[in-house]
Each structure stands twice: as C-alpha cells, then as structure tokens.
Design a protein around this ligand. Structure first.
Ligand SMILES: [Zn+2]
Length: 273
C-alpha cells in the first residue's frame, strides 16, 4: 500500500490553539462534523463517552524517542510507541471524552486535549466492556512515585477516579487526596501491588480509592472495614484516614486544602496492633 487516503470528517473548536497551553486533562470543546458526514452521527447520543481520533497537526513527525525527565531523578528515553507523546510518525491523537450533548452536527464534549482547528478523522463510541481495561498497568501506575507536580498528579487522579465512579463528587476528590498522600508516605507508585486497602463507609470515596490503587477482591488487596475510617497499608505500615464532613466543600477547595482539613490522619505500624 503506497498511500492512505484519509479525509477529515470534522474539526475541533475550543479556547486553546497552542498545544503547549493545553492542560493534560483537556478542556470543554466542540467537535464540528462536516455536513456531508453528519448522517454518520445518527444514534451517537446513546453513548456517554466517545473516542475522538484527531490529526495532531502541530506535532513533529520526525521524532522516534522522547526524554522523560519529569517523574524520575535520572533522564530516561522512551520510544514514541511506548508513550503517549503527540510527536510520532503519524501524529494521531486518540482521546476519550465525555459527550455532554449533540446539537445537529456539533458534539459538545468535555476533556478533549486537542487544540482549536485540529482535524478530526473519526469518532467511535467508547465501550467500557471492550475498551476499559481496569487491570491494565503502565509505567505511570507502577514505577512513578508521587509526582512532584501535585496539582497535575491530583487532577489526573480525579479524572481516573471519576471514570470509575461515574461522577466528579467530593468523595472522588477526597479519595485522590488520600491516595496521593499515601504514595508520598509509603514512597510507592499509585498501583503498587503491595498496597492493601480497607474501605470505610463512604461509597464515593471507596470507589475512588479502590480505582486509584487498583485494589479488587480478586487480587486480595481490597477489604471491607466496619467503620468510617479508610486504611491503606504497605509492608507493615498503616495509614488511617478518618474523613471529616466534606459534603458541601467546593471541589476546588478539596483539591487545595491541607490534608488535615480533609481527614484525621494517623500512621501506625500494624505489628504493634
Ligand atoms: Zn459520588
């Protein structure tokens, strides 16, 4: 095959036109589908989440390896096929976004990380049963210790917990704070298999923490506690979190407040109990 004939089916419209200014978690955007392709949208509103395949027109196509100094003390190189950098021979972006609503040939979405004017090549519904692999692990989950850029780390964790739980609520944000704090205290990556979780009563927080640390009954890293406290343990160390009343605190405040404002925290050694 000598050439591939791709025709954009639409274009991204949003507030940001420089890729360097795009937040990793994306922003609200419109996907404007060209009128000749609009019949292809029939039924798309039945999906809550949609995969957007875009042509990242600003990306360098001659790069095969990138430096990844961000989360490690020493610089490491990664092949572009082993990471999600936009630079690659065929700069295709694939992002799963929340479909807010459909107005004619325009999709209003949230969480799209493609700049204004990005050509859209395809749209597909995201099917959790096929595409959502809860047990999948990447370098981000297993080798990255607590990201020193706590704001970026927390926002990415909130998104992950929301993807599991179904809404962005106080429990989701509090769960992300809990896990990030535990990563720092234990010095472990987010889904380190040594971390065991005992969940407290708050169901939203339980979903969030379970998703973020990757604990399930099947992998024996999930236990049900009988009280309000959440306990994360790792190799004999235990971290107790007793949630304070958070229900009416704005989510942005929950992201920024001191950890002690959210929980009564306590570290203990399980061998002493
Ligand atoms: Zn909730």
């Amino acid at each position: 095959m000598n050439s591939l004939n791709l025709r954009p089916i639409g274009v991204v419209r949003c507030q940001i036109s420089k890729s360097s200014e795009m937040p990793k978690q994306g922003i609200p955007a419109r996907v404007e589908v060209f009128s000749e392709y609009a019949p292809g949208l029939l039924g798309i509103e039945r999906s809550t989440h949609v995969m957007v395949l875009g042509w990242l027109h600003q990306a360098d196509r001659d790069v095969l390896q990138v430096r990844r100094p961000r989360y490690t003390e020493t610089e490491v190189r990664r092949g572009v096929f082993a990471c999600r950098a936009p630079v690659r021979p065929n700069p295709l972006g694939v992002t799963i976004v929340k479909l807010l609503n459909v107005e004619g040939n325009v999709l209003h979405v949230d969480g799209l990380d493609m700049t204004d004017g990005t050509p859209v090549l395809d749209l597909k519904p995201h099917a959790a049963g096929f595409d959502g692999v809860f047990c999948a692990r990447s370098a981000r989950d297993l080798s990255r210790l607590a990201d020193p850029d706590s704001e970026h780390a927390l926002r990415s964790m909130v998104r992950e917990a929301e993807n599991f739980h179904g809404e962005r609520c106080a429990g989701v944000v509090a769960g992300a704070r809990m896990v990030y704090h535990a990563m720092k205290i234990f010095g472990v990556a987010q889904k380190d298999p040594r971390v065991v979780l005992s969940v407290g009563e708050d169901g939203c927080m339980a979903d969030s923490v379970q998703a973020l640390v990757g604990a399930t009954f099947g992998n024996k890293r999930l236990e049900c506690g009988s009280q309000s406290a959440f306990v994360l343990s790792c190799e004999g160390q235990e971290l107790w979190f007793r949630p304070r009343y958070l229900e009416h605190t704005p989510l942005e405040e929950l992201l920024e407040q001191d950890i002690d404002a959210l929980f009564d925290c306590e570290v203990s050694s399980s061998s002493l109990l």
